[in-house]
Write a protein that binds this ligand. Structure first.
Ligand SMILES: [Zn+2]
Length: 490
């Protein structure tokens, strides 16, 4: 049985379950790299943040960044993992131009933490994703291919920057759940301030493994690994594509081969990278230049006591403390910066539901339109509070307030100043309001006729026209009264 699927128009076969595991690589936002003092910075002049250690020059020795260890411990606690007092680093050997040492230092045999869990919200309710392991590793450099000239350039600025890898256990799942998991991880990392998870900067990268099996079976199929996933959308599309491809292979009587696939986002398909026969033998062995990593119980206790509030707890608190509906709490806590902005605004104006409506409505709209985040939008909490107060006191109408918000963002001026400079205060002046209403009635004889014929909603149209004449500044309640009064006297 098949049905059309709206993602890419591929057939989605029913009767099969997918088993998926996800590896997420997150770039730590430490000031310096993992094993040297070079600045871990994005977008700088290529090869300007390098030293003998991260260039792998002979005789240089790595020194572990303690901040990176603290961040790994914080992450492990947030994911409810068991933290190992003793872990170690290994060498993963492979040759690639952007890896000058010809090996990557990472934790292969003894990761810093194992066995965690993360609760996620899906359309079908809450579910738990089990975490297999969390380990520390260093990043490679960046290879840039120039199509025009056929040249290959290498930037080593990223080489040696600290990463955390979070690996889930395989679970029977759907693409939507995977999407929810990825979002939950991203949110968590932002909350615990370990990474900003900016995918455009490559701060969060994923690989996945997927296999399919007949629905209800307990014997997993042969998996393939899918790499080169640069957005959550790509993960979703790649999993859907690979699932269908594997089912087609099985239904044709052939066998799925254990191999690594690369996702081609432009073509919307996976292509084999290398089969198992050609797979790398990474010849892992313990890193001789670093002592075993010891995480003291004191560090774990201190990190636990300093742990910031996590997304799920904050969402719950928003519902209880501010009496907000679940939908509000979901939206407001989806991003830490937005939740912070909301709570800061409340310090200036303690009306949670009103402020929530503004944040979820106009503030989010402005963020989307301007392609900004809550952080980068540049709206001050006290300015939003002031704007809400101007509406509540009747100084300006809701319509005007939207314009004022835009102007605040454009100019950085306070709402009060903009209202004063642009003379936007709401008009209660009956003489002026009456003129606007009379004009609206005179210009719309048809609506007037409709009203006389018993179509009472025509009055709303006249109100709208009068409001327009006032540029949104007329008090709508008074206008409505005037419209009804004048219409019925005709
Ligand atoms: Zn360096």
């Amino acid at each position: 049985m098949t049905r059309q699927n709206n993602a890419g128009g591929q057939d989605v076969k029913e009767g099969y379950d997918s088993v998926v595991s996800i590896e997420i690589h997150v770039q730590l936002n430490t000031a310096s790299k993992l094993f040297c003092r070079c600045e871990a910075a994005y977008g700088e002049e290529p090869n300007s943040r390098v030293c003998p250690v991260c260039l792998g020059l002979p005789g240089s020795l790595p020194v572990l960044n303690e901040k990176a260890v603290e961040m790994a411990v914080r992450t492990a606690l947030a994911l409810d993992c068991t933290i190992h007092e003793r872990s170690a680093f290994d060498r993963k050997n492979y040759f690639y131009p952007d890896l000058p040492k010809s090996y990557q230092i990472m934790q292969h045999y003894l990761p810093i933490a194992t066995g965690g869990r993360l609760e996620i919200e899906t359309r079908d309710g809450q579910m738990v994703v089990k975490i297999e392991r969390v380990h520390i590793e260093e990043d490679a450099g960046k290879t840039v291919y120039l199509d025009e000239t056929g040249e290959t350039l290498i930037d080593f600025n990223r080489c040696g920057v600290g990463l955390l890898e979070i690996v889930t256990r395989p679970w029977v799942t759907k693409p939507a759940e995977v999407h929810a998991y990825l979002n939950a991880v991203k949110r968590l990392f932002q909350y615990i301030e370990v990474s900003d998870c900016d995918m455009e900067k490559g701060n969060l990268r994923c690989d996945t493994n997927i296999s399919v099996m007949p629905h209800g079976s307990t014997k997993w199929g042969t998996r393939t690994e899918v790499k080169n996933l640069n957005s959550f959308r790509a993960v979703r599309r790649a999993l859907e594509y690979e699932r269908n491809r594997q089912i087609r292979v099985i239904e044709s009587g052939a066998r799925v081969v254990l191999e690594t696939m690369l996702w081609d986002d432009a073509r919307g398909e996976t292509l084999p990278q290398r089969s198992k026969e050609e797979a790398h033998d990474y010849r892992y062995f313990p890193e001789p230049d670093l002592p075993p990593l010891t995480v003291s119980p004191e560090l774990i206790d201190r990190t636990r006591s300093e742990m910031p509030e996590l997304p799920a707890a904050r969402r719950q608190r928003f519902m209880e403390q501010y009496h907000l509906p679940t939908s509000d709490a979901d939206v407001l806590t989806a991003e830490k910066a937005l939740a912070d902005f909301f709570e800061e605004t409340l310090k200036h104006h303690d009306k949670p539901k009103t402020v929530s409506n503004w944040v979820m409505g106009e503030v989010l709209r402005e963020m989307n339109e301007r392609s900004q985040t809550a952080d980068s939008l540049g709206l001050k909490p006290q300015h939003l509070a002031e704007l809400v107060k101007l509406v509540e006191s009747g100084t300006i109408t809701g319509t005007t307030a939207k314009k004022v918000l835009s102007a605040v963002l454009d100019t950085g001026k306070t709402p009060s100043l903009i209202v004063e400079e642009e003379a936007l205060a709401q008009s209660f002046d009956e003489g002026q309001l009456r003129t606007w209403v009379q004009q609206a009635i005179a210009e719309n004889p048809r609506a007037v006729q409709d009203y006389k014929n018993g179509k009472k909603t025509a009055a709303q149209f006249i109100v709208g026209q009068a409001m327009k004449k006032s540029r949104g500044q007329a008090n709508p309640r008074i206008v409505l009264g005037l419209v009804e009064q004048l219409l019925s006297s005709l």
